[in-house]
Design a protein around this ligand. Structure first.
Ligand SMILES: Nc1ncnc2c1ncn2[C@@H]1O[C@H](COP(=O)(O)OP(=O)(O)OP(=O)(O)O)[C@@H](O)[C@H]1O
Ligand SMILES: [Mg+2]
Length: 288
């Protein structure tokens, strides 16, 4: 679905401020994969994803979407990509501008030249995905709470029905309940539509709870791109990059090191509870 070859991006080329933001990224993201993109501030996450819908042009290297070279001579490919790859920016609520919530969500589909009927269908569907009720449709987006504004912005991109949905820190600045709610909604969207999803996040917990694979960025390089358990097996390397595996995962690693027959694939407290319950039950059986 998304492939990069030696992708690099430098900002302010030829000036004293030249910055290497990402360097020599070679990635392969499969159709329908849910990827968590993690890394420190300044590690290049936002720069990398902005290449996937042609907002940024590589300084060098290539990007292929569905096998097609994004920066080939044929401009049509890039125009199509703007619709195929939907990008929700960091703090997207700052980009709301229409008079009503309905018009804001409908803005993208309208630009695609769809019929009023189809636009209506898409707005309704996107609102359902993010959990906005009909009662806000005619309100000004500026009168909504922070969390609701965020949902309107996400719905606006979902309404494009992109093949790839990329969200840059969609839960940043929300309270813990708001975070879980929005991440849960995105997970449902992924399950229901089968689309490829990239979730940029600072939180290992959020990423491990939601994604199939983790892409670790470090100082502009892609250090790892593997399944969640595979990445957590490299806990020591993560630690050197200042990243950590979830605390609950560490507890289960330690239990196994002490000889308990527990799984190493425990990333959430709920999974931990289930694993301990299983162990206790089996322990009981063995004892009997
Ligand atoms: N518009 C820009 N002009 C110049 N340098 C930039 C620009 N945007 C980012 N950079 C630099 O490029 C590097 C990568 O930044 P980027 O924003 O991609 O990182 P990030 O991982 O998204 O960070 P954060 O977690 O803070 O959002 C950093 O050194 C940053 O200072
Ligand atoms: Mg960023």
């Amino acid at each position: 679905m998304i492939k990069t070859e030696h992708l690099s991006h430098f900002y302010s080329v030829g000036t004293p401020f030249e910055t290497v933001a990402i360097e020599d990224i070679n990635l392969h993201i499969k159709k329908g994969e849910y990827v968590g993109v993690i890394g420190h501030t300044g590690s290049g996450k936002s720069t990398l994803i902005a290449h996937f819908n042609a907002i940024l042009k590589p300084t060098s290297g290539k990007i292929f979407i569905d096998g097609k070279d994004l920066w080939s001579e044929d401009k049509k490919q890039r125009i199509q990509t703007r619709f195929d790859v939907g990008l929700v920016f960091q703090y997207p609520e700052h980009q709301l501008f229409e008079e009503t919530v309905y018009k804001d969500i409908a803005f993208g589909p309208k630009n695609m030249g769809l019929s009023e009927e189809e636009i209506h269908r898409r707005v309704e569907k996107a609102m359902r995905f993010v959990g906005l009720s009909e009662s806000v449709l005619e309100k000004s987006p500026f009168d909504l709470s922070g969390g609701q504004k965020r949902r309107v912005a996400i719905a606006g991109v979902m309404a494009l029905e992109p093949k790839v949905l990329i969200l840059d820190e969609p839960a940043a600045g929300l309270d813990p309940m708001g975070r879980d709610e929005i991440l849960g909604r995105i997970r449902e969207y992924h399950q229901e539509t089968g689309s490829t999803v990239l979730l940029v996040s600072h939180s290992m917990e959020d990423v491990s709870k939601n994604a199939d694979s983790i892409l670790v960025m470090n100082r502009g390089r892609c250090q790892m791109h593997a399944s969640v358990p595979e990445v957590f097996e490299r806990a020591d390397e993560l630690e050197k990059m200042g990243l950590d595996v979830p605390r609950i995962t560490r507890v289960f690693f330690a239990l196994q090191d002490k000889g308990y027959p527990v799984s190493r694939n425990v990333f959430t407290v709920e999974q931990g509870k289930a694993e301990i319950t299983r162990l206790l039950k089996e322990g009981g059986k063995n004892h009997a």
